[in-house]
Design a protein around this ligand. Structure first.
Ligand SMILES: Nc1nc2c(ncn2[C@@H]2O[C@H](COP(=O)(O)OP(=O)(O)OP(=O)(O)O)[C@@H](O)[C@H]2O)c(=O)[nH]1
Ligand SMILES: [Zn+2]
Length: 378
């Protein structure tokens, strides 16, 4: 990695931490000579809004993803859009939050019609998604007369600036730089012979585990592999809302029965939206929306997971040909695109319960999971 790309990555990482702490970040679009202060909706307050407007010197806007806008009936936005908060209107913070991530389906009075978001604003949303925050921001474009003071704040280290061209690539910057950190034998109830190998992404934010089951020399030629996305509620607490915990246990025993192989335990809680947002999505589901709609109301796509890290882990473990245990066609495609030879695949089911039937059925219907057989649906 070159010195420049290392500095670039570091800048993006610091921006993620600032946003998680509720500190604004300046996103600069050098090509358009424009910049915007980006602030996460989760941390907005009256004082903060006033301070942002004072600092940047222009009308604040609410920047939302196309998914969120569509959930509010504002279709037709190709990507993110910004709704400017009209000056002179007394807009409550609750109304702003409601519009960004609440149950509301129409923007309240005081919001202008959405207009296309600038590159800086869109890049800001990418940072928020990467930081596992709700992808909605209060954004304020820097007025020309405030440029000098903003630059001075950046120079003093009071404000972090990040170029839009880097921020918008924040999901890719660390690709291929996964580090193998530590390993040890951890005998499991379902497979006594198990070795845990921990990998860490270069930004240090996410760690993923490979669980090697059985003796490598006994593994079938197409190595049995399971990609399991973490689900704290299901895996650890046996939540009845999903089937993840059962799938996890069954994956370990199935791999052992097949002669051994690998389970990748991926830090992709809530299909990649993070635990905080998954709980928000559960609360929305309880108002009558299905699992996909709930995520979209929060501004996310139906599945935010990327499997590049799984490809990198398999490569690091020197595994090129696999038998994949999944009902999810997207995983097969992603691994094949990553250059892994998927020779076969087998299904892996959890148990259908009264509480998870609706969720499983929505997955089959909305995301193409092959669960019809399990659910007795055609
Ligand atoms: N956002 C969101 N995530 C969920 C919900 N229920 C479970 N998850 C997450 O979904 C992921 C599991 O994905 P699934 O779709 O069950 O299964 P899959 O891994 O895509 O497919 P299989 O390989 O067939 O099991 C885990 O990260 C869970 O935390 C939900 O209602 N909302
Ligand atoms: Zn789950």
């Amino acid at each position: 990695m070159t010195h420049d790309s290392e500095i670039a990555m570091h800048q993006v990482e610091r921006a993620l931490f600032d946003l998680r702490r509720g500190v604004p970040v300046l996103v600069i679009d050098e090509s358009a000579g424009e910049a915007a202060l980006v602030f996460p909706i989760e941390s907005i307050s009256h004082e903060r809004l006033d301070a942002l407007v004072e600092q940047a010197g222009s009308t604040p806007a609410l920047t939302l993803t196309a998914h969120r806008l569509a959930a509010m009936g504002l279709d037709g936005q190709e990507s993110a859009a910004s709704l400017s908060l009209q000056p002179g209107q007394s807009m409550s913070i609750e109304a702003i939050y409601e519009t960004a991530a609440g149950a509301t389906t129409v923007p309240p009075d005081g919001f202008a019609a959405p207009g296309p978001a600038s590159r800086s604003e869109r890049a800001g949303l990418a940072l928020l998604r990467r930081a596992l925050l709700v992808p909605a921001a209060v954004t304020v474009t820097v007025a020309p007369e405030r440029q000098t003071t903003i630059e001075a704040a950046v120079a003093r280290g009071e404000l972090l600036a990040v170029p839009a061209r880097l921020a918008e690539r924040c999901f890719e910057l660390g690709r291929g730089m996964l580090k193998r950190i530590s390993e040890a034998d951890v005998p499991l109830r379902e497979a006594e012979q198990a070795r845990f190998v921990l990998f860490r992404e270069p930004d240090g934010l996410r760690e993923h585990l490979a669980v090697l089951i059985g003796e490598r020399e006994d593994w079938p030629e197409s190595v049995p592999v399971r990609l399991h996305s973490s689900c704290l509620t299901g895996d650890l607490f046996a939540s009845l809302r999903c089937d993840c915990g059962e799938q996890l246990t069954r994956a370990v025993s199935t791999i052992r029965e097949m002669g051994g192989g690998v389970l990748l335990y991926l830090a992709q809680e809530g299909r990649g939206i993070g635990l905080a947002n998954k709980l928000r999505a559960y609360a929305i589901q309880d108002q009558g929306h299905d699992t996909v709609e709930a995520d979209q109301r929060l501004g996310f796509g139906d599945d935010e997971r990327r499997y590049g890290v799984a490809v990198d882990m398999l490569r690091a473990l020197d595994i090129a040909r696999i038998h994949l245990l999944t009902n999810n066609p997207a995983k097969l495609v992603a691994l094949a695109n990553g250059g892994i030879e998927v020779n076969d695949n087998g299904r892996l089911f959890g148990r259908v319960t009264q509480q998870n039937r609706r969720y499983l059925s929505a997955k089959a219907r909305r995301s193409g999971h092959l669960l019809q057989e399990l659910l007795g649906e055609s």
